[in-house]
Write a protein that binds this ligand. Sequence first.
Ligand code: ADP
Ligand code: MG
Length: 240
Amino acid sequence: MIRVNNLHKSFGSLKVLQGVDLEVKKSEVVVLIGASGSGKSTFLRCLNFLEMKDSGEIYIENNLIDVKKDNLNKVREQVGMVFQHFNLFPHMTVLENTIEAPVHVKGMDKNEATDIAEEYLEKVGLLDRANQYPGTLSGGQKQRVAIARALAMKPKVMLFDEPTSALDPELVGEVLGVMKSLAEEGMTMVVVTHEMGFAREVADKVLYLDQGRIVEEGTPEQIFGNPKEERTQAFLSKVL
Ligand code: ADP
Ligand code: MG
């Protein structure tokens, strides 16, 4: 579903990604872990072309994406993204947030978009909140709306950038629960998270990123149970 070869990205003289490779198969859940500043968000943003790589190759469903020739809006439709801070439109209701991109980016008919939005709001347990504004919702509910909004574009892959980091502890579970059920339904996902319990339970593969390089990758059992690299061991000893 996704293949990345030798991705590099710098901001000025700061080398943030220094040759990252990744392969994500259909229905796989890949969890990316690493310290703050290691380049996790930059990597996800490059996958979604919110940030432009300096060099390297990104394939989505075996198509090499050419930033100059391809319509990046079309590419972004295939790769949904959920952010730490939800990024909902505050002046739009939950339903309006969810139909915004299908109607204005995809050009979908408003009734059809509403049907699809209602289906996904139901899936995340928030159909009864459809006419409320984001300001009236808890952080966990806002994040579930953000997930429904991304799903309404019917992406092939979902990227999650620390989706529970801004939440009060008691609200983390409801968001992880929605993500887990998505994974069980076969969604292909790349998840940046510090929730190691989620990684252990849901990930097919865990990657440890340090200073813009993947230092180690393996199954959750390998990475959490028997990390080979000293840097991985040191990181895990701090977070576990
Ligand atoms: P992480 O998500 O792992 O915490 P980031 O990808 O956000 O790491 O950031 C990696 C490094 O790149 C940090 O040093 C950060 O300050 C820097 N960085 C990220 N985005 C930008 C930007 N738009 N301009 C300049 N530096 C940036
Ligand atoms: Mg980040």
